[in-house]
Design a protein around this ligand. Structure first.
Ligand SMILES: [Zn+2]
Length: 135
């Protein structure tokens, strides 16, 4: 879809910190993460909402792979799988690792989203990508 930022990412037209890719889905770090490792998983073809994705179960299974990698590699004690979908009109699952003392408490505090250094983003993406290649 024209002017859809995630379609542009899917087409390789914008730089990303890639974490995961299979034939249907692409996972990459959110540039404004809620916690380090916060990943977005999108269908490669344009879908407006998460439940417009043809293989809904398969889509969430792919998200789970990323969540498990976040737990193992980043030491997250749990992972949130968030689907809201108003910010960008292309389906995306936010996969947010949670850490002790990450400042969020029982609710996600959206005000805590902040940029991380390029080196840190590259390092996190590389570690997750490496782990996800083995799953
Ligand atoms: Zn799109």
């Amino acid at each position: 879809m024209e002017d859809c930022v995630f379609c542009k990412i899917s087409a390789g037209q914008l730089p990303i910190y890639k974490v995961y890719e299979d034939k249907d889905y692409l996972g990459f770090l959110d540039i404004l993460p809620l916690t380090p490792g916060h990943t977005l998983l999108i269908p490669k073809v344009h879908c407006r909402w998460v439940d417009d994705v043809a293989e809904f179960g398969e889509y969430f299974e792919a998200a789970k792979k990323i969540g498990l990698a976040q737990r193992k590699i980043l030491g997250a004690f749990t992972v949130h799988y968030l689907t809201l979908g108003f910010e960008i009109p292309h389906a995306h699952i936010r996969i947010v690792p949670r850490f002790e003392n990450d400042g969020h408490g029982e609710k996600i505090n959206w005000d805590l989203a902040h940029k991380l250094a390029d080196d840190q983003m590259k390092d996190i993406a590389q570690k997750l990508r490496k782990e996800l290649l083995t799953i």
